[in-house]
Write a protein that binds this ligand. Structure first.
Ligand code: NAD
Length: 482
């Protein structure tokens, strides 16, 4: 069986290597989080498939690197068109595979996938200048030369969006790529291979190897012909990958987890703050940026909690294919056990549950109830570690110094959100927070020209706009004598 029929769409379950579908002797099972049922058996790649894909990418590199930027940009735009043409299929396949809401896939995520390709095509053609400057009559000329074969490793929480956030700039820059999607959400990467082939992308420029992280992923990141590794995922995996990268001194970009602070001052628009706080449950809390540490100024704590519980109580949990659903399932039974482990240990440690606190048994074990804890020791596990589920902790504070110190007292530094009616305070506090992105009086406003990445254990490097080209290229300076 080389294809699976998923919600009416035929998805090839094999690898895509050098412009051909390639099977593996072994396969693994892909479950749908909607009901925990198997939906496909996927080719289980390992060192052999990783080798073949890197070889195909290496062979395709010289011609792709030499393709004029305008032609590369045209092909990227054709991929964007293909994504838009198949948007509904991509949305339903992704929802079936990873359980995220169909309404966000239709109106947010898949349009963003197309935008990733179009944005980097435009950026390559119109924004990435070639700064020239003079030194004692000599002319310095800076170019962004493609690096070579890039290994791209992506997670399951926003599979195609995060994969294409890597694929698009890497290809725009003139590299060839091998993408290894997560084994918990392998399907959309296979559809992307079809779309890219239909768009006319030359064989070997984009390759997809399916498989388990410790097998296919490990073989890819250890490969000596790989010139860049871009990884989005968890901190423990990043440490393993960084060790593999060290062996070949392969440059790597790491987009990792978080435990972002969400700060609400007493002078904030409380309805706005509450609406955004409840949004932290989006995608069943499986969002790296999620503001899972709520810090609310003491004087408004009771009113904040009242409005938060009222609003969170209206969230509809259920089948993510239903447009009316606000919170779907968690990705996998193992992940639910992990999330529940955090929650039960927090309860045993004396944290008070204001909302939720366990799986939604009416819907089966995969749907975890939105949960809010208070009376939490700020140094306890639940207050410091990434749960990656719909679990928030509430703290209070009395002044700016106290909340800045508490917010920054974290191993992570991916994002921070702050709500205040005082623009000066917004600027002042934002400047003191340690985070790759600070959102003031808003959340998730993203411009692909902006740098994206994390401080501390939330990652290494930044992507977006020029930062993506910096990573995927050998930036070169050529000096011309007068
Ligand atoms: P994960 O680390 O378990 O896996 C991520 C990917 O790495 C998967 O494709 C997996 O197969 C692969 N992998 C696992 N072991 C590997 C190895 N030894 N060598 C090479 N590849 C290997 O992460 P996950 O559970 O899929 O994703 C959730 C995590 O991702 C969370 O920590 C979340 O915060 C983070 N995340 C970060 C961002 C960001 O932009 N900063 C975005 C989304 C998710």
């Amino acid at each position: 069986m080389n294809t699976a029929l998923v919600a009416g769409t035929a998805v090839d379950t094999r690898h895509w290597i050098g412009g051909r579908r390639v099977a593996s002797a072994d396969t693994f099972e892909d479950l749908s989080p909607i009901d925990g049922r198997p939906i496909a058996r996927i080719a289980r790649g390992g060192p052999e498939e990783a080798d073949a894909a890197v070889a195909a990418a290496k062979a395709a590199f010289p011609a792709w690197a030499a393709t004029p930027p305008a032609d590369r940009a045209r092909l990227l735009r054709a991929i964007a068109d293909g994504v838009e043409k198949r948007l509904e299929e991509l949305a339903i396949v992704e929802t079936t595979d990873n359980g995220a809401l169909i309404r966000s896939h239709r109106r947010g995520v898949m349009p963003r996938v197309a935008h990733n390709f179009r944005f980097f095509a435009d950026y390559l053609e119109h924004e990435l200048g070639h700064p020239d400057f003079e030194t004692r009559g000599h002319r310095n000329h800076v170019t962004w030369d493609p690096a070579g074969v890039c290994a791209l490793i992506s997670p399951w929480n926003a599979p195609l969006m995060l994969a294409t956030w890597k694929v698009a700039p890497a290809l725009a820059a003139g590299n060839t790529v091998v993408l290894k999607p997560s084994e918990w959400s392998p399907l959309s990467a296979s559809l992307l291979a079809d779309i890219a082939a239909d768009a006319g992308l030359p064989d070997g420029v984009l390759n997809v190897v399916q498989g388990i992280g410790e097998e296919a992923g490990a073989a890819l990141v250890a490969h000596p012909d790989v010139r860049r590794i871009s990884f989005t995922g968890s901190v423990p995996t990043a440490k393993v990958i960084a060790r593999a990268a060290a062996a070949n001194l392969t440059p790597l970009s790491l987009e990792l987890g978080g435990k972002s602070p969400f700060v609400v001052f007493a002078d904030a628009d409380l309805d706005l703050a509450v609406a955004n706080a409840v949004e932290q449950y989006d995608n069943a809390g499986q969002v790296c940026l999620s503001g899972t540490r709520l810090y609310v100024e003491e004087s408004i704590r009771d009113e904040f909690v009242r409005r938060f519980l009222e609003r969170a109580g209206q969230l509809k949990q259920g089948d993510p294919r239903d447009e009316a659903t606000d919170i779907g399932p968690s990705i996998h039974p193992d992940h639910v056990s992990r999330v529940d482990g955090f929650v039960q240990r927090a309860k045993q440690a004396g944290a008070k549950v204001l909302l939720g606190g366990g799986p939604n048994t009416d819907l089966g074990g995969l749907y975890y109830r939105p949960t809010l804890f208070t009376d939490v020791d700020p140094h306890s596990e639940i207050a410091t570690e990434e749960v990656f589920g719909p679990v928030l902790v509430l703290h209070t504070f009395r002044d700016e110094d106290e909340v800045v110190a508490a917010a920054n007292d974290s191993a992570f530094g991916l994002a921070a959100m702050l709500f205040t009616g005082d623009p000066e305070r917004a600027g002042r506090v934002a400047a003191r927070l340690v985070a790759g992105t600070v959102w003031t009086n808003c959340f998730f406003v993203r411009d692909l020209r902006a740098p994206f990445g994390g401080a501390r254990q939330s990652g290494i490097g930044r992507e977006g706009g020029t930062w993506s080209f910096d990573f995927y290229c050998e930036v070169k300076n050529t000096v011309f004598a007068p």
